[in-house]
Ligand binder design. Sequence first.
Ligand SMILES: C[S@@+](CC[C@H](N)C(=O)[O-])C[C@H]1O[C@@H](n2cnc3c(N)ncnc32)[C@H](O)[C@@H]1O
Ligand SMILES: [Zn+2]
Length: 375
Amino acid sequence: MIDKAIVGTRIAMLRKDLGYSQSAFAEKLNVSAQAVSKWETGLALPDIEVLLNISWLSSTSLHTLLEGEDFMVPQNGVDRGLLYVSRHLVCPKCRCSLELCVPTKGDKLSFICDNGHQYDVVDGVVYFGSREIEGELWSLWLRNYEHYLEEQRHPGNPRYWQGNPHYRELMWRKIERLRPRVILDMACGTGSGIKYMIERINWPVTVIMTDLSHRILKWNRIFYSGEWKNPYVDMVYLACDCANLPLADHCVDVVFSNGGFESMQNKMMDGFAEGYRVLKPGAHAVYNISVVEDFQSENTQKWIQLCTELASGRYFGPDKMNDIKQWIQKCEKIGYCNHEAAKVYGELPAPLDDIFPFENEIFQWMAEYVVVSQK
Ligand SMILES: C[S@@+](CC[C@H](N)C(=O)[O-])C[C@H]1O[C@@H](n2cnc3c(N)ncnc32)[C@H](O)[C@@H]1O
Ligand SMILES: [Zn+2]
């Protein structure tokens, strides 16, 4: 959404550069001095005709007036989404801001910080040197792009299609009301969660997909700029560790995670805190989370025993299990507030014997909530 306060500050700056007092500027624009004061204090936006006049007087494009920079015009082959996000990229090694380096003579497009750390854009993905989690069943499963497409086109495969579409609809309704300008998808994988949102978005949005896996992002880029393209949505791909995001503080309107935080395994809470850091004040995290109904119950204890035996506690060790109240307390420790938690489905009864019907139920036995937490 357009931030009235920021636009107001920009107008005040341009007015001062032009050498006008508020009343002289008002006279030039044929509006009242109160109107100028209202814009500059973020209470209102100028009418479109007036905005056009301000743009003309200050030789500033409408996009720069409203969004700070005219990223609409692709520069040297850099697309609009990346150009927009490049304003907020920081070096994950030293936290300095990153500068876009336009290629000369066949070099790759890249980003570089003041300390000389360089990150290339490889196959349209900004590559921060991350590696997939060793032995991850999920990433090993997608053998090649053909296989990736098969998965995307047949989303009935229970192996990855966790839960039912109902929770995506809950997430969508929240996002639709928030109308964010920038959405960050944490540990996006193939983006089965964000796909539902991308299909429906009908306002200008930049979606930043982040994942350890460069390979998956490369395929996502082909898929989401072809078969799944939505012209309202600019897609940006960052291959990085979400526990150390290459993004500046306060630059994202919605942090989205569809099982992404949990996929980060032992870095889950670091990822959740990073999401908080990059959110603008007052902005929201929209995510789903698996919780237990009651830690002490016989059912939970049986599942814990099975998980510990079958997956060495790798996915959801008892230390990582919460009921929804405990989870909210953890959120509050990080700084999030005003939580809305909606239960999507309850816990599965544990099998009577000691064998999992499907290995993947390791991921699916817990109750599921959609949570919205505010910064
Ligand atoms: C099953 S996907 C998550 C589901 C996905 N969000 C979706 O909606 O389809 C798991 C992904 O988490 C990623 N991942 C795990 N740890 C990560 C980390 N520290 N930073 C970024 N991505 C991570 C893996 O590379 C993998 O692609
Ligand atoms: Zn650096």
